[in-house]
Design a protein. Sequence first.
Length: 339
Amino acid sequence: MSAAEQEQNTSLLVQNKVGEAGPSVVKEADGENRCVTPRKKGLRQSKTAIGMKESNVPSSDHDKYGNHWSSYLGFEETVMGSWRKPTVYEGLAGLVQKVLRLKHELKVFCKENIGDVVMEYKAAKDNFCLNQEAAMLKLRDSTDEAKLRQAVKGTKLKAKVFYNFLVEKPKVQYSKGIWDNLLLPKHRFVYWQIINTQLLTRDFLSKFILIQSTLCPVCDSEEESHEHIFYRCIFTKRVQQEVNSWLGNYSWPSSTIDLSFRCDFKKHDLRKCLLNLVTAAVYYQIWANRNCCVFDLTCASPKSISLEVRNIVHLRVLSKGPFKRSHENAYLLNVIKNW
Ligand SMILES: [Zn+2]
């Protein structure tokens, strides 16, 4: 195969592509692909500033929980203050006394600074049960026998048909692209939430719970919203550039509305189905990486995300099918097989 043919076989969008790395990219070791987020960097600096050696508290467990209690103002003072108090006993008995005292002081700290989680959970659960009962009563009032009969197939009541009768809103056109069988089920689920702006980004969260920062946990430079994390974030743009190095010069959706238009396509158009598959996989990985930034304070590299997406698309296409036989489809499948 000539060099030119080889280059052609690396891109789905070969007609438009410009300067790309092609198949020469090599998967890096996972450990090398993760870096710390600006937030984790800040925590490390603050530990150094208060005189704690990083090697003393470097474990991933500390960082995992550091995002919750330990990030509240006064946490370290409370813990260290309690721990340094003298004990009546010595040895193991003294240690037990310290741990029990710390447990009690952390309970008080949690109630005063974070809130009574147990009571909040009970109140939320009671509220949910009341709303559920109200919804059931409403359903009983609005349902008549004719509607129930329409949902009966043979001798069985079909819950799906009955539910569809109850949904009064028209079916959205973008649902075809989102619920396409070519996409991984978990990707479909997150993709649906993205297009309906239903993910719990920090701008939403801050409306009903108190959070320390509404900044994007990945770039730390702008408020986190759907529009930011999927269309404007500098990290997302870098991932898309990496993906374009093997996909071709793809113009990525610029907003949720743009995305919803792109998801309305004919199923027999394999090129659009594949671009939809790549888009869903990229958005899923971006959301998963965002969660790693929040809960583990680590961030993957754009290149590793890009290669992960290419791997997923490759395996998904090889495991699905058969696809309609045509000259263009044969070319596209050949491109993917050569990844
Ligand atoms: Zn960002």
